[in-house]
Design a protein around this ligand. Sequence first.
Ligand code: CFM
Ligand code: HCA
Length: 534
Amino acid sequence: NQKVLEELLNQYPSKVKRNRKKHIIIKDSALARQEIEANTRTIPGIITNRGCAFAGCKGVVLGPLKDVIHIVHGPIGCAFYTWGARRNKAKSEDPTKNFINYCVSTDMQESDIVFGGEKKLARMIDEVMEIFKPNAIFISATCPVGLIGDDLQAVAKAAQEKHGIPILAFNCEGYKGVSQSAGHHIANNGLMEGVIGQGDWEEAPGKYPINILGEYNIGGDSWEVERILKEIGYTVIAVMTGDGSYEELKNAHVAELNLVQCHRSINYIADMLETKYGTPWLKVNFIGVQATIDSLRNMALYFGDPALIQKTEEVIARELARVEPILGQYKKICQGKTAFCFVGGSRGHHYQGLYAELGIETVLAGYEFAHRDDYEGRDVIPEIKLDADTKNIPDLHVTPDERRFRLKISPERMEELKKKIPLRNYKGMNIEMKDGSIIVDDLNHFETEEFIRLLKPDIFSSGIKDKYVVQKMGIPSKQLHSYDYSGPYAGFNGAVNFARDIAMAFTSPTWNFITPPWKNEPLLEGTIAEGGCS
Ligand code: CFM
Ligand code: HCA
């Protein structure tokens, strides 16, 4: 693979080669450590898959909150981009409080850019109040708003006084960071300051109260996770933010444990909740059968109640007996195949376990916008150099809540448990990858095509921006962002759905009609002779 990589990099101009080289590694466990460059600026024009800070804030973290009206202050294209494409599902007991299908925007025009958009935004808030009466309004900024200097915070404050509901403004202009990741951080800070802890609950309404962080209910994932957890006996206080709501989130402080599924997008809140309320967080992964089982066992161990541990084992045994025979059938089709697994900030890692369960080896993986700790593990955090782009979004200064801070477990028990379960910890993707596999940060379209040509995977998984290019190369492509209109893929039922969809991708007769370019004869044949023309 070293040769493959050299061949690829040599096609770049030398400056680009120097840059990209730092973002690509070939896994070699003989080396003490392998550092990867991540969370730095993309080379302009290289055709990255990354999105912007607005996408990370409004589109990813805030957007799924269903009882909130999300106003996109900006040109209509930015709002349109976040309208339903992510497939974060939501249903509500009260249908008048589920706004998930709406897309609300100030639709800024040239005149607003010239004369300012604040008045238009204030009018829009009045209109939203008249039509929807939401539990809260969130305003998200797009690039031009920051460039012309509209004061969102002032508009939000005045409107909040006028209408008497929480109105929060997020300065998540697209250019605020090098990717979606900056937007996650901005959203985390805003939710922590303006939502979590605003409720008046002093204790949880049921046993084993937990929050699920970094679970966005894409294709119904969180419904499957909640099905399992509720059956075991957990009380889910809030999901952040899949099928979530302002109403749930404001009481999230009463949980005894915070689960973290996608660490990249929400580790900031997980840490802040521990500092403020004394609630530890546990890294979980509900993608894949074994990962789901491990997560359930770790949770039971944290609470340490024998009845809970027993119920956990009962549910695991029953679910396994149900799904294993079905998975076995699909495995026969998938066994021995290879995959590329390139997704945003955590799925590039999480889906490898599920692929492996089907007998599929991941030969190339990476993230669009993850940080070094998502690749190399949390231990590396103190070494990460903070550049100006990162410092752009400061960490909130959080202190223990005078009234509500309570250590949920003693420091001794914490130390003991940390040896057994990933409390406050995650290991990173690289550790689990096989020697010789390729790890790429911020993969671009040129590298996608080149790596496919060189490694010829049986399946490619990424997003909408590269899916069709790859399928035209004759390789089935599974979107691991939107799940291609399918899902859920989490939990036990999700593993079955995923296996079915992947097996279907391999067996589809479509591929008989497409010949990959490298299997074709040269497009031009013949000799060029001087003189004649016939
Ligand atoms: Fe987390 Fe996500 Fe992901 Fe992400 Fe995203 Fe997404 Fe993703 Mo698309 S929060 S980092 S910013 S798991 S939207 S639900 S699929 S890139 S890998
Ligand atoms: C985003 C959202 C996205 C895009 C997916 C894709 C998602 O980054 O703004 O490129 O296919 O999951 O919907 O990541």
